[in-house]
Design a protein around this ligand. Structure first.
Ligand code: FES
Ligand code: FES
Length: 159
């Protein structure tokens, strides 16, 4: 067994003091220790985007991120996007535009979609597709996902 290390992480506004093995990924920490299972494990090696979360506002693949490297940082997961009962505008837009079928890729798609607008990569369909290319959807919901992102972008809502 590996020696455990202390790590302090704020997740969705809540501070956690944890003790973890150095090899634990942020994805496993979220799902197994904090029971935040909205973030999905698709491939576990950086190829699908199902595990996308934000760390200090930047999107990351949580399966490729060692939890230790997030010490002192703020993580936002899909569970932290809605404000109380009010869905985030991107969640609303995914529902409106049928941006999902089975839903497995959806939390990661939505976290990337928010980052796509925040980081200024949503000016055209091509740009959106390029930025979103790391988020794989086996159900082929891509056109609807692009429509959802464009609606939020064009609506000028705060994301
Ligand atoms: Fe992280 Fe696939 S689970 S990219
Ligand atoms: Fe099924 Fe994307 S909605 S994988």
């Amino acid at each position: 067994a590996f020696e455990k290390m202390p790590v302090n992480i704020t997740v969705n506004g809540k501070a956690h003091k944890l003790s973890i093995e150095p090899r634990v990924t942020l994805l496993d920490l979220l799902r197994e220790q904090l029971h935040l299972t909205g973030t999905k494990k698709g491939c576990d090696y950086g190829q699908c985007g199902a595990c996308t979360v934000h760390v200090d506002g930047q999107r990351v693949n949580s399966c490729l991120t060692l939890a230790m490297t997030v010490d002192g940082k703020k993580v936002t997961t899909i569970e932290g996007l809605a404000k109380g009962d009010e869905l985030h505008p991107m969640q609303e837009a995914f529902i409106k535009h049928d941006g999902f079928q089975c839903g497995y890729c959806t939390p990661g798609q939505i976290m990337s979609a928010v980052a796509c607008i925040r980081e200024g990569h949503a000016d055209s369909e091509t740009e959106i597709r390029e930025y979103m290319s790391g988020n794989i959807c086996r159900c082929g919901a891509y056109p609807n996902i692009v429509n959802a992102i464009q609606e939020v972008k064009n609506g000028g809502q705060q994301v």
